[in-house]
Design a protein around this ligand. Sequence first.
Ligand SMILES: Cc1cc2nc3c(=O)[nH]c(=O)nc-3n(C[C@H](O)[C@H](O)[C@H](O)COP(=O)(O)OP(=O)(O)OC[C@H]3O[C@@H](n4cnc5c(N)ncnc54)[C@H](O)[C@@H]3O)c2cc1C
Length: 295
Amino acid sequence: MFKKFCCIENADMSRYSTIKLGGHVRWLLFPRDEVEFVEAYQISKKAGYEPVVFGNGSNILFDIDFFDGVVISTRYLGRIERLEDARVSVGAGVNLFLLNSKLAQMELGGMEWSYGIPASLGGLIYMNGGAFGSEIKDVLESVTVFDGEKIFELKQEHLNFSYRNSGLGKLTVLGGVLRLFDKDSSKILETMADVLEKRKNSQPYEKPSLGSVFKRVQASEVLYPAKMIDSLGLKGVKIGGVEISTKHAGFIINSENGTAEDFKSLVELIEKKVKQKYQIELEREVIYLSERSRR
Ligand SMILES: Cc1cc2nc3c(=O)[nH]c(=O)nc-3n(C[C@H](O)[C@H](O)[C@H](O)COP(=O)(O)OP(=O)(O)OC[C@H]3O[C@@H](n4cnc5c(N)ncnc54)[C@H](O)[C@@H]3O)c2cc1C
């Protein structure tokens, strides 16, 4: 069915996940541009599959042993094009390491905070990712989306961004225009290095993970899940091959050939303990394929 596309049948998704665990999917497609993307999506739909789109696999848990469906990677939507007025048009699949290096070459500042997030731009937009007081929505002028039938553009101000949520729902991000500012390459590189050092000092950066598992809690004051988890003495607690990082209690790392089931059990344990002590229901930032495929 997908012969004309770059496609892997019965793909092992642990290879496409930053936590290096997860099940298999029946079809994994890598469209080479937007035209192929639309075609692949529509062929899947006609065949009765609701495709799940993903970027760099740094926030999605492939928690189904065998997903009898289609997963589409944005990896090759890799356009980076400079526009007038310190703006840049970027494909959804562009990795943030590459993007930041290119922006430094172009002498465009404003994205340095994202250096070291192992994500695609599309994933970052979809999640409204952020760090160190910035969020992608702050520099996003517009986003190109696909609704399953047509491609169109949405201005940032018409979108419903909130903390770690773009409100894009079922839409696929194909790319975005970023509004940046002129800055010396050397200064950009300096800020990028600082940002990466901060990450390495505060996170289990070299270990396979999906980043912060839970969202901050927006109560009368902001509550940090990592602090709550730490206060419960849960750092280092293991289930199967995954464990709560001893460096940052908000991260679960795959330390010994863990499974998605181990991950989910540890998440449940944390949720239960936090609820018992703080009467707070934590909200997950990590997305499960089993939930995403139903949306
Ligand atoms: C070490 C580490 C550090 C991290 N640090 C941060 C941080 O500082 N700040 C932060 O916000 N996050 C951080 N994260 C989490 C993660 O990188 C972000 O959530 C990121 O935005 C996910 O991008 P991705 O391309 O990997 O998305 P994926 O994990 O591939 O997908 C995440 C979700 O977005 C959807 N999606 C992906 N691409 C698209 C698209 N083009 N169109 C529509 N839907 C799409 C998927 O279906 C899924 O629901 C970190 C993760 C790790 C492993």
